[in-house]
Design a protein around this ligand. Structure first.
Ligand SMILES: Cc1cc2nc3c(=O)[nH]c(=O)nc-3n(C[C@H](O)[C@H](O)[C@H](O)COP(=O)(O)OP(=O)(O)OC[C@H]3O[C@@H](n4cnc5c(N)ncnc54)[C@H](O)[C@@H]3O)c2cc1C
Ligand SMILES: NC(=O)c1ccc[n+]([C@@H]2O[C@H](COP(=O)([O-])OP(=O)(O)OC[C@H]3O[C@@H](n4cnc5c(N)ncnc54)[C@H](O)[C@@H]3O)[C@@H](O)[C@H]2O)c1
Length: 451
């Protein structure tokens, strides 16, 4: 029997950060991670870091042999994730009060876990507090032939494929579908996105969706909406996708298929019923402090069924830490207003209300919009695509929302987020002295354009 005050299931963003903080308070910690290829969690190893590394490589793509460029990028991506995995492991394991166990954890009761190692041996673990941070896993839709096909990949397995697809079909046009479309199109694959929905980027304003779609189409990314996939059949060198679109039967033959139809909480085989932990269709049920119905058990990150982002998992750590060693005031309420970024060649970053939502909700607003091409830095960067748009309240002068489709929008959006959270009047951003030459200086013109 191994005992610690704090036991973590899964080496995710929230777990590793909370484990480090509790160890810094001198508390004992056991971190259980099922895969030695996953120290640091999903983001580091198979999600954010490798996709953004591949995106960067694909943008710096040399002319010449596309397969060679792609293979070099995969090798580089593996180097980056390997380095970060190692440093993430040591950040925790080097602390004197922390033990990292490489095995699969499951509950035996509310205070006891069993860990099963690769060699079949097991250990019994007891913890005063247990934290579930097991992440999420791809949803594989129930399509005949999908599970059996040799050519069907998930985001994780596609990034391990060393052959550049000639024609990549992506089932699902959400975050993963769009980001992978951008990456693989840059490397030279033809890409077709098949989505069940009838709208491109349904959560965003049409003006944005139209521009993004046109720019992806210029890279030979094709879109098929309203599709219902009926079957996938392998043939020599590829697979045939049979689908129905607006009542018509259609087929598409490709050499690789990426399934990107969402992710579900990783709660299978955790023995949550033996601990009495309540779950629902989204994942582990938690209150606004991330406590489950069992007093000594918390759930953080994707597994608790909320928004699936690394920065949300990181904020979950803050909520729990505040309860354990702080004032217990921090709750999920802080997460209601957060930025969203889709990392395309020209990244899309949004927060709060867009103009269509403001109109639909009868919110009074003033709007400022400038073309990305009016920002000098976009010319230096060689990408003048897109626009920057903000909505402000005519009464409070606070920012209601922003839609930024331009170079470095993933960075710019954080300043807008800060201003919104701190209730800063838009004139402050308008009149601020920004360094030159930067994208941030666009705020002078953007907020001056408010009408
Ligand atoms: C392709 C892709 C790209 C993404 N890009 C971004 C992005 O750019 N920005 C962003 O904010 N978010 C992005 N996300 C989402 C982000 O990766 C996740 O929201 C985040 O990693 C979830 O972290 P987590 O803390 O919930 O747990 P995770 O990091 O998922 O960690 C869970 C860990 O638990 C382990 N585990 C599972 N079961 C057990 C068990 N029984 N015993 C022991 N260990 C177990 C797993 O092996 C894993 O290491 C992306 C996701 C994907 C798939
Ligand atoms: N930049 C980022 O922050 C980032 C990047 C990648 C992933 N993520 C996270 O990972 C999560 C999962 O990403 P995702 O792209 O898998 O999910 P998603 O929810 O973003 O998109 C899923 C898409 O699949 C479509 N779909 C569902 N079932 C289908 C079917 N049977 N046939 C055809 N289309 C179908 C949906 O209409 C939707 O457009 C995201 O929600 C996000 O939280 C974040």
């Amino acid at each position: 029997m191994i005992t610690a005050k704090n036991v973590f299931i899964g080496f995710g963003k929230a777990a590793k950060t909370l484990a480090g903080a509790l160890a810094a308070h001198g508390e004992s910690v056991i971190m259980i991670e099922v895969s030695d290829k996953m120290y640091g969690g999903t983001c580091i190893n198979v999600a954010c870091i490798p996709t953004k590394t591949l995106l960067t490589s694909s943008q710096n793509n040399q002319l010449g042999n596309a397969q060679k460029n792609y293979l070099n990028a995969i090798v580089n991506k593996n180097d980056v994730t390997g380095t970060l995995r190692e440093s993430n492991l040591h950040k925790i394991s080097d602390k004197s009060t922390v033990t990292v166990l490489n095995g699969r954890a499951e509950f035996e009761s509310a205070t006891q876990l069993k860990v099963t190692y690769k060699n079949g041996k097991t250990d019994e673990i007891t913890g005063e507090r247990i934290f579930i941070n097991t992440g999420s896993t791809p949803i594989l839709p129930n399509i005949p032939g999908l599970q059996e096909s040799k050519f069907v990949k998930t985001s994780e397995s596609l990034m391990d494929q060393r052959r550049l697809p000639t024609h990549l079909a992506i089932i699902g046009g959400g975050y993963i579908g769009l980001e992978f479309a951008s990456i693989y199109a840059n490397f030279g694959s033809k890409v077709t996105i098949l989505d069940a929905g009838d709208k491109f980027m349904p959560r965003d304003e049409r003006e944005l969706a139209t521009e993004v779609k046109q720019n992806l189409a210029k890279k030979d990314v094709q879109f098929e909406f309203n599709t219902q996939i009926d079957q996938i059949e392998d043939h020599a060198g590829g697979a045939r996708i049979s689908f129905t679109q607006n009542g018509q039967a259609r087929q598409l033959s490709v050499d690789t298929i990426l399934v990107a139809t969402g992710r579900r909480a990783n709660i299978d085989h955790l023995g949550l019923d033996r601990a009495g932990v309540e779950t629902n269709h989204r994942g582990v049920v938690v209150n606004e402090h991330l406590q489950t119905n069992i007093k000594n058990i918390w759930a953080m990150g994707d597994v608790r069924g909320g928004a699936q982002f690394t920065y949300i998992s990181l904020d979950d750590y803050r909520i729990v830490l505040d309860q354990l060693v702080g004032e217990g005031k921090r709750t999920l309420a802080e997460q209601e207003l957060v930025p969203h970024v889709v990392f395309l060649d020209t990244p899309v970053a949004t927060i709060g209300l867009n103009e269509e939502q403001a109109k639909a909700q009868n919110v009074s607003y003033k709007v400022g919009k400038i073309a990305a091409a009016s920002v000098p830095k976009t010319h230096v960067l060689g990408n003048t695509t897109g626009y920057l748009k903000v909505l402000v309240s005519p009464d409070s002068h606070e920012i209601l929302g922003a839609t930024l489709y331009c170079e470095d929008s993933q960075e710019l959006i954080n300043t807008i987020s800060l201003a919104m959270h701190q209730h800063i009047h838009y004139e402050v951003l308008r009149d601020q002295i920004y360094s030159h030459l930067t994208m941030t200086e666009a705020f002078n013109d953007l907020f001056s354009a408010i009408k």
